[in-house]
Structure formats: structure tokens, C-alpha cells
Design a protein around this ligand. Structure first.
Ligand code: M6R
Length: 608
């Protein structure tokens, strides 16, 4: 959600910044802009639409010479996507230029004050207030003006700032929105995320809340919001730049689906030692695990769906009550929390604003927070008490696939570890659980081999208007994710229902030919789900079922069946989701959509 890239150094800045913005496209955006100091003044160019529009406008940066620049991809919050609302924003004479990710909550009050002082505004954005407020406070010392502004604004921000009369400096600051600073051989960088600058440097500083960075071409210094200098440790990024490239796949989503066997292996393997699950980063003793009386799982979107799955597993396997909350609800419903409760938050990006607030809310109430996170060093990872990293590598496509699978695997491991500590998993059961767990990557590989079959089926449904996903128990949780995948990238309306709930209203929507995807992997619920298939069939639905291999009887009820290999029913989601991800992918490809960048969506949702 919004991308920032800035550079100051020895090389032409605009091409570096544009290239960096392209690496952040996955975050989602609807306009883009760049400002370059050309030796005399700061030149700004911006345009609504894809980055390609800005690249054309600037000839890939070649007609914007200069050695310092800031660029931005905007995901609209205040004001429609347009040339005028695109960042950078400037003060009246264009001598102060700002790019911003986040929301300035008190921008209206500040704007009214500035209007009263004679300032005029060109855009509808909250960000423009920052440019004028900087102008108001600027008396020749950039750091002083920035700190004064930061003391006045409420809300969240990651900022890149240039001052025309300090062209040898570039400034950055953050609060609640992620921002990193990179120090390379030929210059220094700011960026919303590592892939934007990985080509140039692996030496990265993660800015803390209300920290300010001053970049020169060969040095970086950091300050508090009270202008005090601070010392920071650089982190060396050890992942491969190729991990963030498409590697011949048409879309990142397909590449990431194909990475799922490895992702699941990478999440599981290091945590199985001598026949036991060892999660060192958990930082909890067996006694502490035994003392947990309730678990709250808090997350958004697909991460929330892994929580719904985990509820069935943890309650079924461990008999610990679990509550699963969408993070934006958890914060405001004043949840009843007791000291013996554990909060587990789940987030690929580690930056989702509502999930981060759930961490803070829970910690403020004295609870221990365990985070299942993919992005190392992200805000949620840093603020939680313990972090279970999923090691899925960078996930670029907005629609999550491999990170989702890694989160499921994390929950399996946690459930087994908790179960051992609480004495509910004996040695024989442990052996069988681990065998099934370790078989998952190969089984996912097998399912990927069905890609053509699924593509063929998907092509029949590219014109569908409505699709319903049904299932019971864990199959319902699988349906939730299958349905989200389909709707977010194909724009086909789809809904997931607990199969038994359908006849309480939704069944009236079934018409001849309506596609119903029935997930029936859970042995205990199989017969019940088959009855629900019969119900929709008799109203004319076309039913595609996902069932375990050997369950041939489902062919009598469903029109089309995809089989998954046998596994422990608790782990079935990891297998059943693969054909559903592929189905959504191929429907979107069939409709000619930009699969990795669905409209209106952002990879990292850093606003409430
Ligand atoms: O980064 P997070 O895991 O916290 O993101 C949560 C959701 O925004 C995310 O899972 C979203 O639903 C996916 N893009 C859906 O594919």
C-alpha cells in the first residue's frame, strides 16, 4: 500500500528510483510520481495510472537528470486517484517536496489553520498539508522543521522529503508505516520494502517509530523527534534478489503457488528435531503452555482464514477454547481477555495496521503475544513477545498463496508442540502426525501436476457471475480462502458458506448452472456435505467437489471431482487449497486480468 523509494548518490537518481518503484508495484497503487533535484531546482512529475505512464513521461527517468530523487506509488485514501493527488506534493514554490505513506488524521484541522495563514492547496490529499506545514516551520534548518511538523501531526506516516536549498541531503521519517534506509557503495536509499533497493545494497536500517534519517551520498545519520542523534545497527539482508523476480512465470502468483512445497518444507523442517517439534523462538516452557486457558487468534483476510482453520485444530486436538477475530473488530469490541490467555496474531507482511494495533491492545492488557509473521524485522515481529517466522521468502503477488500455506504449517507445528506439552499427544500419535506433516510438500507437488486439468475447468467458468463455496468444519475454512482467492483476482462474486447453513437463506440464490465448489475432505462430515451437494444439485447447481482420493462415492453427487491425497484431516487445508488457488489463478488469467495487481487492493494494508 503506497511505495516510497528515494536515492542520493553518485548515479543518475531517477532511473534507480523508478526501478525501485517497479519492485514495489506488488503493494498496490493507482498513481505514481517522482521528484528530482536537477542541480538548480526540484522537478516533479506525476501521473494517475500504472507506473508505465510515469516511465513514458520521464523516458524511464532519462529526461530527469540529477543525483537525488524521491518517488512514490500512491494507493488513494484521501482524494481520488488523479495526477493532482499523486505524490510528490510540494510547498507553494516547489522548494520542499514530500512523499508520504500513511494517513494524517488531523489534516483537516491543520489545513484550516494553514488556509487561515494564506496557504493554498492544489490537491485533496492529507499529504499536501505536510509540505505546507514544513514550509511554515522552515527557517533554513530541515531537521528542525521536520521535528516541529512531526510534533504537530497525528496519524501514521513514512516520509521522504527534499529541500531545494539542501540538495546534498535527503530526509526520511516514519511512524506506524514501514520505511527502511539502505547504505550502498554508490549512494544511500530509502524504501518501503527491501526488494526496491536490494540490487544496490544489503545493508539496511529499519527506522523506528518517530525516528528521522538524514541521508547524504555517503553517510546516514539518525535522530529522534527531539533532534537528538541516535545510533542504529544495520541489518544485512541475506535473501536472494532472484527470490523477488518472476523467474519465467507469467505472474508472481503462479510462481508463488509453485513455491509452496518448498515453503512448507522451510517452515516445518527446521522445527522437527529427533521426532519432536522444537520451536525455540516460542520462548515458553511446558508449564507455561499447560497454563494457557484460552487462545485468541487475530488477523485479517487470508491470515484470518488460517486462524479459522487453527480453531478447528486446536479445539479438536487440544481442547483449548479458541476465539478467532478479524483484527479490525478485535480492537474495538473490547475483548474479554484474562491473564492466562495467549494471543496469536498472523500476518504475512507484519505491517497490517489493524493486526499491529491488536498486538498493542493485547500487550497493554498484559497478555503475551505470539506472532506468526513472514517479513523479518516488520513492525508486528518487533512488537510481539515471540515471533514464529514462516520463512516463505518474499511474496509479491497481492493474492497470498505460499505465505498462507506457511501460516497453516506454523499452526500445525504450534498445535503439536502445545499438545505434547499438555500431554494430549502420545508417542504413537506424534509419529503419525509428523509423518503426515512431512509428507505435505510432496503431496502439494503432486497436486501442482493437475494444473492443466484445473486450467481447463477454469476456462469454462470465466463468465460466471456468482460462485458459492461450501464445506463443514475445516472444509468451511478452506472454502473461505478459496472464495476470497477467486473474488479478489477474478472479480467474480463468490461466497463461502458453512454447508449446513446454505438452506437458511443462500440456497435461494442457486440457479440452473450456478457453480458450487464443495469441499469434502473431512471424513466425519463427508456424508453430511454430500447431502448438501444433493440439495444444490437438485436446484440446478453445477458442483465441483474437492475430496480425498478413494472417496469415489462423491462422483454420484458432484459433476466434477478433484481428488487430494490422503492426509491427517487436520492438515487437509494444505492440500485442498492448492486446486482452489490454481482455479482462481486460471479464471483470472482467462479473463485477461493483471493477476498480481488486482484492482483496489494493496499487498500491505498499513491503514485502518
Ligand atoms: O500481510 P497480512 O498477512 O497481515 O495481510 C492480511 C490480508 O490483507 C491478506 O491476507 C489479504 O487478505 C490477502 N492479500 C488475500 O490474498
Amino acid at each position: 500500500m503506497c511505495g516510497i523509494v528515494g536515492y542520493i548518490g553518485e548515479k543518475p537518481a531517477a532511473p534507480i528510483v523508478l526501478e525501485g518503484l517497479a519492485k514495489l508495484e506488488y503493494r498496490g497503487y493507482d498513481s505514481a510520481g517522482i521528484a528530482v533535484y536537477d542541480g538548480k531546482e526540484i522537478i516533479t512529475k506525476k501521473a494517475a495510472g500504472r507506473l508505465a505512464v510515469l516511465e513514458n513521461l520521464t523516458h524511464s527517468g532519462e529526461n530527469m537528470p540529477g543525483f537525488s530523487a524521491i518517488g512514490h506509488t500512491r494507493w488513494a485514501t484521501h482524494g481520488v486517484p488523479s495526477d493532482l493527488n499523486a505524490h510528490p506534493h510540494t510547498n507553494g514554490d516547489g522548494t520542499i517536496v514530500v512523499v508520504h505513506n500513511g494517513i494524517i488524521e488531523n489534516y483537516m484541522a491543520l489545513k484550516n489553520k494553514l488556509l487561515g495563514k494564506g496557504y493554498s492547496f492544489a490537491s485533496e490529499t492529507d499529504t499536501e498539508v505536510l509540505a505546507h506545514l514544513l514550509d511554515y516551520y522552515y527557517k533554513g534548518n530541515p531537521l528542525q522543521a521536520i521535528t516541529k511538523v512531526l510534533h504537530r501531526v497525528e496519524g501514521s506516516y513514512a516520509l521522504g522529503i527534499m529541500f531545494a536549498d539542501h540538495p546534498e541531503e535527503l530526509y526520511a521519517a516514519r511512524k506506524e508505516s514501514p520505511l527502511i534506509v539502505g547504505h550502498g557503495e554508490d549512494g544511500c536509499f530509502i524504501a518501503s520494502d527491501v526488494p526496491a533497493i536490494l540490487k544496490y545494497t544489503r545493508k539496511v536500517y529499519y527506522l523506528e517509530n518517530q525516528e528521522i534519517a538524514m541521508l547524504k551520498k555517503d553517510e546516514v545519520s539518525f535522530f529522534t523527534v527531539d533532534e537528538e542523534p541516535t545510533e542504529k545497527q544495520a541489518v544485512t539482508i541475506d535473501w536472494d534478489a532472484n527470490a523477488a523476480e518472476k523467474a519465467g512465470y507469467e505472474f508472481f502468483m503462479l510462481k508463488e503457488i509453485y513455491e509452496e512445497p518448498k515453503t512448507v518444507t522451510d517452515t516445518i523442517s527446521p522445527r522437527i528435531k529427533n521426532g519432536e517439534v522444537v520451536i525455540e523462538e516460542l520462548n515458553m516452557t511446558d508449564d507455561e503452555l499447560k497454563a494457557i486457558s484460552r487462545i485468541h487468534i487475530v488477523a485479517c483476510g487470508s491470515a484470518y482464514h488460517t486462524g479459522v482453520t487453527a480453531k478447528y485444530i486446536i479445539e479438536g486436538m487440544l481442547r483449548i477454547p479458541v476465539e478467532v477475530d478479524v483484527a479490525s473488530e478485535f480492537r474495538y469490541r473490547d475483548p474479554i481477555l484474562s491473564p492466562s490467555d495467549l494471543v496469536i496474531v498472523v500476518s504475512q507482511s507484519g505491517e497490517t495496521a489493524d493486526t499491529l494495533e491488536a498486538v498493542r491492545e493485547s500487550k497493554a492488557k498484559g497478555l503475551k503475544v505470539l506472532a506468526i509473521v513472514n517479513v523479518v524485522g516488520s513492525s508486528i515481529a518487533r512488537e510481539s513477545d515471540s515471533v514464529f517466522y514462516t520463512w516463505a521468502g518474499p511474496e509479491i503477488s497481492v493474492a497470498t498463496t505460499k505465505a498462507y500455506s506457511a501460516q497453516l504449517a506454523a499452526f500445525y507445528l504450534l498445535a503439536i508442540r502445545f499438545g505434547r506439552a499438555r500431554g494430549v499427544i502420545d508417542d504413537a500419535r506424534m509419529k503419525s502426525l509428523l509423518e503426515d506433516l512431512q509428507a505435505l510438500p510432496d503431496q502439494i507437488e503432486l497436486l501442482l501436476g493437475q494444473k492443466e486439468k484445473i486450467q481447463h475447468f477454469a476456462n469454462r467458468y470465466i463468465a460466471a457471475k456468482d460462485v458459492f463455496f461450501i464445506g463443514r468444519g475445516i472444509d468451511y475454512a478452506i472454502g473461505l480462502e478459496g472464495s476470497l482467492k477467486l473474488k479478489e483476482i477474478s472479480y467474480i462474486h463468490s461466497e463461502a458458506y458453512a454447508a449446513g447453513e446454505l438452506k437458511h437463506g443462500t440456497i435461494s440464490l442457486i440457479e440452473p448452472g450456478t457453480l458450487v465448489v464443495a469441499v469434502a475432505t473431512q471424513p466425519d462430515l463427508f456424508a453430511k456435505t454430500v447431502s448438501n451437494i444433493e440439495e444444490v444439485k437438485s436446484r440446478g447447481a453445477f458442483v465441483m467437489a474437492v475430496a480425498e482420493r478413494g472417496r469415489k462415492e462423491i462422483e454420484k453427487a458432484a459433476d466434477y471431482v478433484l481428488y487430494i491425497p490422503h492426509t491427517n484431516p487436520y492438515f487437509a487445508n494444505s492440500l485442498a487449497i492448492i486446486p482452489l488457488q490454481l482455479f482462481a489463478y486460471y479464471v483470472s488469467v482467462g479473463k485477461g486480468y493483471d493477476v498480481d495487481h488486482p484492482r483496489n487492493l494493496a499487498k500491505s494494508v498499513t491503514v485502518e
